[in-house]
Design a protein around this ligand. Sequence first.
Ligand code: ZN
Length: 184
Amino acid sequence: MGHAAGQRRRAARRPAGTGGVSGARFCRACGAALETLPLAGRLRLVCAAGCGHVEWNNPLPVVAALVERDGRIVLARNAAWAEGTFGLISGFLEAGESPEDAVAREVAEELGLVAEAVALIGVYPFERRNEVIIAYHVVAAGEIVLNEELAEVRLIDPEKLRAWDFGTGLAVRDWLARQASARG
Ligand SMILES: [Zn+2]
């Protein structure tokens, strides 16, 4: 089990100069160098020319979908991932888009499926990628048509689904635990 799906496009769509801890090298306001200074409780990259710009490096929200179609869970392998590596459908929100709409859109774009029910599983920090994952259980219908981001999908019976211990895997873990307790 692997990384959150959609990683390649997400990386490509991430605005230049934001993101990971290493972050930007130049001030996005004036182009001067950045320097590391203590500010508001931790070390931050601050404009060395004194224009006042700070790279706050706030985590980006990402939506992820545990897609259920005809009672089975859809796991996807990103085209950039190794054989045997599967994850959830995920992506960034567009400006002005609700998380629920964003996750339904990602499911439509990447799998060609129509989301019929969208229910929050939980919210999970993903420090390594400086993201916060908002994970949903998405019941979806239609015929699966992969877009160019995905190499293949697997349809897995929920009883055979296994969580992984980072990123979107934590949402899988919580969803499976709830399924188990609902069965009693
Ligand atoms: Zn500056």
